[in-house]
Design a binder for this molecule. Structure first.
Ligand SMILES: [Ca+2]
Ligand SMILES: [Ca+2]
Ligand SMILES: [Ca+2]
Length: 365
């Protein structure tokens, strides 16, 4: 299993080269697996992952993405690892911008493209939707900055020059809601990644209702809106990954901030026959066993942090109103849907002047 994820990562890079990569596309990526960490607002550190251990955030190569002249130096750079082995860096400002890095033949990360980024859109997920060896970006946008809002998504497709085509049509997934979250993954098991989403329609407790538009395999999605999963309590984001290693995606659900048991996550595991079964999973705050009203938000990703071939959960908690009071914890996966105890990766203090780091992980799909 160790080889599976590492090999998949390299294989995707090799696939890109074998396609049209030789004609000016993506160079073959001989990289060892890494993650991204921002020690300050303008730097992305390429931190090597370590077998059997958590990464040392002090190690690695520092990149300073330019992202164009209109970015705000105080806005934190956000790094996204693409499946073809490239890095996308995003930054906000008077003119939001992006930089793309690729690994060159000299063994160094090189900034190969810089361009303008459409204001207000964030990267919700990436996947090679049309199988050309490069990731498409699922962009999402909250139309109104505060209160109830429409949420829209669109797909940005990569272009040969390292940039993106942002002119694809927008789809309004929710007309007016409090919060919505989006991801990509093949949840109807037809081999094509689907657009998967969930909303929290108002403040206070609300139920979970995860829906999807089936992917067509060309970067577009079917019109029909289908129900994937419903449950009594909402989740903050959707983590699609194969935690029990049976070839079918499972759904990990970090809790909303209004749930009966503060920090209680759930996992819908695939079964040998029949639909996924939802059950309590990690308790991200075992000391808090009562209502978790308005403490803050949990967010999670799935990735193999320690390179043992088993997908792990990295969970972030950010305190509401004290944005620099945060923690990142790793729960190492056992490849059967269970996880080990919390291991602290890093944490911050309630200091509004401190840098709030951003992380980028090799996606666990
Ligand atoms: Ca599908
Ligand atoms: Ca599974
Ligand atoms: Ca692992």
């Amino acid at each position: 299993m160790r080889a599976r994820i590492g090999a998949a990562f390299l294989a995707l890079a090799a696939t890109a080269l074998g396609g049209d990569g030789a004609a000016g596309g993506v160079p073959q990526n001989p990289l060892d697996p890494f993650m991204l960490y921002s020690p300050n607002a303008s730097t992305l550190r390429v931190v090597p992952l370590r077998h059997g251990q958590l990464p040392d955030l002090e190690q690695g190569t520092a990149l300073q993405p330019s992202c164009g002249k209109g970015v705000d130096p105080k806005q934190p750079v956000v790094g996204v690892i693409l499946h073809e082995g490239a890095i996308l860096a995003l930054r906000d400002g008077s003119e939001p911008g992006f930089s793309r890095f690729e690994f060159d033949a000299l063994g160094q990360w090189r900034e190969v493209a810089v361009g303008a980024w459409p204001r207000g859109w964030y990267v919700a997920a990436t996947a090679d939707l049309d199988r050309d060896g490069r990731d498409e970006l699922l962009l999402a946008r909250r139309v109104q900055p505060q209160g109830y809002s429409a949420y829209r998504v669109k797909v940005a497709t990569p272009s040969q020059d390292g940039g993106y085509d942002f002119t694809q049509p927008e789809r309004e997934v929710y007309a007016s809601t409090w919060f919505a979250t989006f991801t990509l993954g093949d949840v109807d098991d037809d081999g094509q990644a689907d657009l998967v989403f969930h909303q929290i329609p108002h403040g206070g407790p609300s139920p979970l209702r995860v829906e999807f538009h089936s992917g067509r395999g060309d970067g577009t999605f079917a019109e029909e809106r289908r129900l994937l999963l419903s449950a009594p309590e909402a989740a903050h984001n959707l983590v699609l990954a194969d935690f029990n290693a049976d070839g079918t995606l499972d759904l990990f659900l970090p809790p909303d901030d209004d749930v009966r048991d503060f920090g209680q996550a759930h996992l819908a595991l695939s079964q040998p026959k029949g639909p996924r079964v939802l059950a309590p999973s990690l308790d991200l705050r075992p000391a808090g066993e009562s209502w978790g009203t308005d403490n803050g938000a949990f967010f999670a990703v799935a990735t193999d942090v320690d390179l043992d071939g088993h997908l792990d959960v990295v969970a972030r908690f950010t305190s509401w109103g004290r944005g620099h009071d945060y923690s990142y914890e790793v729960f190492r996966g056992h490849a059967d849907g269970s996880f080990g105890p919390a291991e602290r990766l890093t944490q911050g203090a309630p200091d509004p002047g401190a840098h709030l780091p951003t992380f980028g992980w090799i996606p666990g799909l």
